[in-house]
Each structure stands twice: as C-alpha cells, then as structure tokens.
Design a protein around this ligand. Structure first.
Ligand SMILES: NC(=O)c1ccc[n+]([C@@H]2O[C@H](COP(=O)([O-])OP(=O)(O)OC[C@H]3O[C@@H](n4cnc5c(N)ncnc54)[C@H](OP(=O)(O)O)[C@@H]3O)[C@@H](O)[C@H]2O)c1
Length: 286
C-alpha cells in the first residue's frame, strides 16, 4: 500500500480533525509502519469556501513528517475516489447516500472508513465490502479524542492495522464489535457535550460561591483532568477513590448525598442511554 492516495469525502469539523492528526503524525521508525501512511490525501468538500478552509488549515502546518501532500477540492468526488485506495467518509449522515451514489461506479473494492453517525456497516457494504466504522469526538482536534472502531469481516488484518495506525493519532482508539456503536455514539461522540455540562456546572458553582469566573474555570478543569489522570494512573476503581476522600461526617459525603438527592448519577446514566436510543433510530431511518 506504500505511496497510496487517501480521499476524504467531506472534510468539515471532524474530517479536519482527522486530517490534521494524520498529516502531523510523527514519522514512525519502522519502515513497515511508514508504508501505512498515504503519500497524498485528497480532501473533498461541497463548495469552494470549505475547500479553501482546508487549504488554509494545511498551510498553517509545517510539512508533514510523513511527506503527505494534501489536495483540497470541491465538486470533484468521482475523480478523487477513482485515484484512491482508502476513502474516509466524513459528510453529515443525511449526505452519505447522495455522496456515495455519486461515486458508486468507482468505490467498489476500496476500503471505506466511515465516521458518519447512524450508518451501519451493512448499509455501507452496498458500496464496498471492506468497511471500517468509527465513532470519534471533537477533542480529536487537539489530539485528545477517543475513537471506537468496528470493522466488517471483509477488512483484512493489514487494512485493520492501517486504519488503527492512522486513527490512533486522534487520541485513544478502542476496537469493539459493531453492536456497541450506538452506545459509543452517545458515550464518545456526544460525550464531550455531557462533560462540558459538568464543567459548566462546577464552574458556575464556584462563581455562585464568589470565586471569579476565570479562577473557577481553572480550578474546575484541573479537578477534572487531575481526577481522570488519578483514575488512569492508580488503576483503582472510581468508587474506591471516591470513598478515599469521604471523611465520615465530612464535606465530600455531604456534597455527594445532596447530588444523589437531585439524581445526578441516574440523570447522567439515563442521559447517555437516551443519546444511544436516538443514535439507534438514526440508523433505522435509512
Ligand atoms: N461533530 C461532532 O462532534 C461529531 C462527533 C462524532 C461523529 N461525527 C460525525 O462526523 C460526520 C461529519 O460531521 P461534521 O461535524 O464534521 O460535519 P461538517 O462540519 O458539516 O462536515 C461535513 C463536510 O462535508 C462536506 N460536504 C457536503 N456535501 C458534500 C459533497 N457533496 N461532497 C463532498 N463533501 C461534501 C461539507 O462541505 P460544505 O461545507 O462545502 O458543504 C463539510 O465540510 C457526521 O457524519 C457526524 O455524524 C461528528
């Protein structure tokens, strides 16, 4: 696959996050892994303005460590897919069908890597049998994203290695059977919005008690990041760590009990579940 071309059909918010991550990926020492990187990426969009945005993004970077060249186009999907071995599908879900229909004559046999919510592997296999489905999220833009990956049976081991190598640069990759994709759509895809609600709530609690906004935000972010790191580094169950800070009769247990009174934990679980229910309906609409 060395020196292959990768096309991004739709390169907006998520597409640009993935493009940036692949373009800026450090050069691997192992020659075999080096060959997993494309020599050219063609970013396809619907209009000139979006194409210019991609060109501007790339011009702000140093040359790609893996020597990747980016061509940014619009209204040129057919010729882009024709030249490619791998196609990342990054349009909004409602545009997947017309965009794939447009390239139907040239996409068969190519590896489709789809980030579109709700589109199942089976549906995408109408266009090509080799499909990797990915659910990722917006922190990918900064290299702190999460990507859940599911592959169709027809995806060969070397193609799985290629997808994992390219996508791992968004942050963290987790491979799961496709049946978990609706849950991942809510937990991972919508997850940042849920966490932002938590950040906003904690920040506002600080403000309510008189801490200025900037300081309140700074403390909130450090508490969130520090706690996540503590869970990761200690390897301990979150409940164990939680109880370590609950002094009998103290402030933490009082705060936690009040939160339980308002159903915070159940609210979060039900909310994430609701997102997954809607994600499942998205898939059934087509
Ligand atoms: N944003 C998120 O948080 C998130 C999270 C998880 C998954 N996703 C998934 O990621 C996918 C993309 O979402 P997004 O937020 O990145 O959307 P977006 O910013 O709207 O990007 C979609 C891109 O597709 C382009 N496009 C439209 N028509 C096209 C055509 N005919 N041919 C080629 N490209 C075309 C658009 O270009 P124009 O502007 O020129 O029309 C746009 O740049 C969605 O399927 C979504 O389910 C998003």
């Amino acid at each position: 696959m060395a020196g292959y071309t990768l096309t991004m059909l739709g390169c907006g918010v998520m597409g640009q996050a993935i493009l940036s991550a692949i373009y800026n990926a450090p050069k691997p020492e192992d020659k075999k892994i080096q060959s997993l990187y494309p020599s050219k990426i063609i970013a396809c969009n619907g209009d000139e303005q979006a194409a210019e945005q991609v060109s501007k993004l790339i011009s702000g970077f140093d040359p790609s460590p893996n020597g990747i060249i980016v061509e940014s186009t619009f209204s040129d999907n057919l010729s882009a897919v024709e030249q490619s071995d791998v196609v990342i599908l990054g349009t909004k879900p409602f545009l997947v069908e017309p965009v794939l229909n447009e390239v139907e004559s040239v996409i068969d046999g190519k590896l489709i890597v789809s980030i579109a919510a709700g589109w199942t592997i089976e549906q995408l296999q109408f266009y090509s049998k080799s499909v990797s489905r990915i659910m990722t999220n917006t922190p990918a833009k900064y290299g702190y994203g999460c990507a859940v990956i599911a592959h169709s049976l027809e995806v060969k081991d070397e193609q799985k290695t290629l997808v994992n190598e390219l996508i791992r640069h968004v942050g963290v990759c987790v491979e799961l059977p496709e049946k978990h994709m609706d849950a991942a759509t809510s937990l991972v895809g919508s997850g940042p919005a849920y966490v932002l609600l938590m950040i906003e709530s904690m920040m506002e609690s600080g403000i309510k008690m008189g801490i200025p906004l900037q300081e309140s935000l700074k403390c909130t972010l450090q508490v969130l990041e520090g706690t996540a790191k503590m869970v990761e580094k200690s390897g301990a169950h979150p409940s164990v760590l939680k109880h370590q800070v609950c002094t009998p009769g103290g402030t933490t247990i009082a705060g936690l009990c009040k939160m339980e009174e308002y159903g915070v934990k159940n609210g979060i679980i039900k909310g994430v579940e609701e997102g997954a229910i809607v994600a499942a309906k998205l898939g059934k609409k087509k």
